[in-house]
Design a protein around this ligand. Structure first.
Ligand SMILES: Nc1nc2c(ncn2[C@@H]2O[C@H](COP(=O)(O)OP(=O)(O)OP(=O)(O)O)[C@@H](O)[C@H]2O)c(=O)[nH]1
Ligand SMILES: [Mg+2]
Length: 396
């Protein structure tokens, strides 16, 4: 479940270039782990053998030399300890063999985790990067944040990184409802565009009434696609207009120019779908100031978020809306995404309730929420560990 293709590539080094695809790469890494396990097993049995033969022939040796051997084994052969037994020729061969084995194990391990002195990363920075990755940030961002922590305790570095995140996450200052204008939501299917428009519309009507609001949809590609929007329109008593062959987006926006707020819903299409290009370019070339926002689900994988952004940026994105925050285990992925793309977050949503589960985004509370989420996750993991060990007893 923790498999990370980038880490696998790093740990395999040049060998990774032999991988023909992701499955092959994963298999190569698994194979490396198996070899490491085998090597460890062999070394353990050799250590056992040496101990056993030592105890059989123990009579002639002093306690001190046994301690020397034991230290040499458990401490990974420091010179002083091994010299404590070097006078016993019976052991020197064994020790030489074990030394060679342990050094080959070290080489193998070297690929798994680089030594701090090799990478120039301190142990605290390494631990901090790990914590940031647990938080949900990608390895690159976690690494660059952790490297900015120049010294001191892990917790200080953690707080400093969170502050940097809160500074790096941009949000839009004013609420759309108060500022007014034309806002369009784009994004992959099921990301929550129509539901978010329903939430915004309902909230607007509660605050300002229905007279200066209108809803528009550009979705003419899917059967009964605009039904949900029409339902919102009927309930809220707000007009809903559909962009089609006889009504362009600009024609409709011209007609609605007296409305304080116009919310434009779009079809969740992918770049291979018919209409994808048409829909986005009509938003981008509109002579109205359409502020197009990308709707991204917080449950998406980071790579999906990035590819969605690449897919939709031709629509001249002004910002984004993060949805399904309630369903995400960690929120670092979403924070990393907005930090890396520089898209300001306008709103985030955390449930299906209309209009309740919609919040105007602010950086510090968002980061705080992400930290709370990590704590909950860690507590759950800890309690699962406890219940996991107790389960057999219960069953018994
Ligand atoms: N848990 C949760 N569910 C949400 C949230 N926002 C939307 N949903 C649900 O996600 C599903 C898809 O939402 P839609 O609004 O239809 O998604 P869409 O982006 O309009 O999808 P397309 O029209 O197919 O492009 C619905 O079941 C929503 O109730 C949220 O914040 N949390
Ligand atoms: Mg929709």
């Amino acid at each position: 479940m923790d498999y990370d293709e980038n880490m696998a590539r790093q740990s395999l080094g040049e060998q990774a270039s032999e991988a023909t695809n992701s499955a092959h790469l994963a298999e190569m890494q698994a194979d490396r782990h198996r070899r490491l396990e085998d090597e460890l097993g062999r070394s353990r049995s050799r250590i056992r053998e040496v101990r056993e033969s030592r105890s059989e022939r123990n009579q002639g040796y002093s306690k001190a030399s046994y301690a020397g051997l034991h230290d040499a084994v458990s401490d990974g052969f420091d010179e002083q300890a091994s010299s404590g037994v070097s006078s016993h020729t019976d052991y020197s061969d064994e020790l030489a063999r074990m030394r060679a084995e342990i050094s080959s194990l070290r080489d193998l391990m070297g690929g798994q985790r680089s030594a701090p002195e090799k990478t120039g990363v301190s142990a605290v920075q390494q631990r901090l990067a790990e914590r940031l990755q647990e938080f949900g940030l990608g390895p690159d961002l976690a690494g660059s944040l952790s490297r900015r922590h120049k010294g001191g305790k892990l917790d200080d570095g953690w707080k400093q990184s969170l502050k940097m995140l809160a500074t790096g996450v941009r949000t839009s200052r004013r609420e759309w409802l108060d500022e007014g204008g034309v806002y369009a939501l784009v994004g992959p299917t099921g990301s929550g565009k129509t539901t978010t428009i329903g939430k915004l519309a309902a909230r607007y009507v509660l605050k300002y009434g229905a007279d200066s609001l209108a809803l528009v949809t550009t979705d003419r590609y899917r059967v009964a696609a605009h039904e949900q929007l029409f339902v919102f329109g009927r309930i809220l008593n707000v007009p809903v207009r559909v962009v089609d062959e006889s009504n362009t987006l600009d024609d409709i926006l011209d007609e609605l120019s007296d409305r304080h707020l116009v919310l434009v819903d779009t079809a969740g299409l992918t770049s291979s779908d018919k209409g994808y290009q048409e829909q986005l370019s009509e938003l981008a070339r509109s002579h109205h100031n359409v502020r197009t926002h990308l709707v991204v689900s917080a449950t998406s994988q980071p790579r999906i978020m990035k590819s969605v952004w690449h897919c939709y940026k031709m629509a001249n994105l002004t910002g984004c809306v993060m949805t399904k925050i309630d369903e995400a285990l960690t929120l670092g992925e979403s924070l990393g995404f907005v930090m890396e793309t520089g898209l300001p977050v306008a709103y985030y949503t955390d449930g299906q309730k209309i209009p309740g589960d919609l919040h105007h985004a602010e950086a510090v509370p968002l980061v705080r929420l992400a930290v709370e989420r990590l704590k909950t996750l860690q507590q759950q993991a800890a309690s699962e560990k406890v219940s996991g060990t107790e389960r057999p007893r219960e069953m018994a």
